[in-house]
Design a protein around this ligand. Structure first.
Ligand SMILES: [Fe+2]
Length: 95
């Protein structure tokens, strides 16, 4: 969920950069990856909430504790909240 969502944060900027250096083919490839990434984040988020419900975890607190424990360096804003929302990942989870 951390790395896939990070892809949502950074890919739009990469697409803009590729367009600005006249590489529309690579930009088009990243557009496909970006759209697919939303489904990947959605799958992770769906399973995460399923497990939280099953094991009686508060999703926000549990996600933040997992990130703190297993992801060195913490999450890096700015976040693409619009794409994350499309994937079912609320801001309360990561902010
Ligand atoms: Fe992915």
């Amino acid at each position: 969920m951390v790395l896939e969502a990070r892809g949502l944060d950074v890919t739009p900027g990469m697409i803009k950069k590729l367009v600005s250096v006249n590489d529309p083919e690579s930009a088009a490839i990243l557009e496909v990856i970006y759209r697919e990434e939303i489904a990947h984040v959605a799958a992770g988020t769906r399973w995460f909430y399923h497990i939280c419900h099953r094991e009686n975890h508060n999703p926000d607190i549990y996600f933040q504790s997992l990130v703190e424990t297993y992801y060195k360096g913490g999450l890096k804003p700015p976040f693409n909240t619009k794409a994350r929302e499309l994937a079912g990942m609320p801001a309360s989870l990561y902010q």
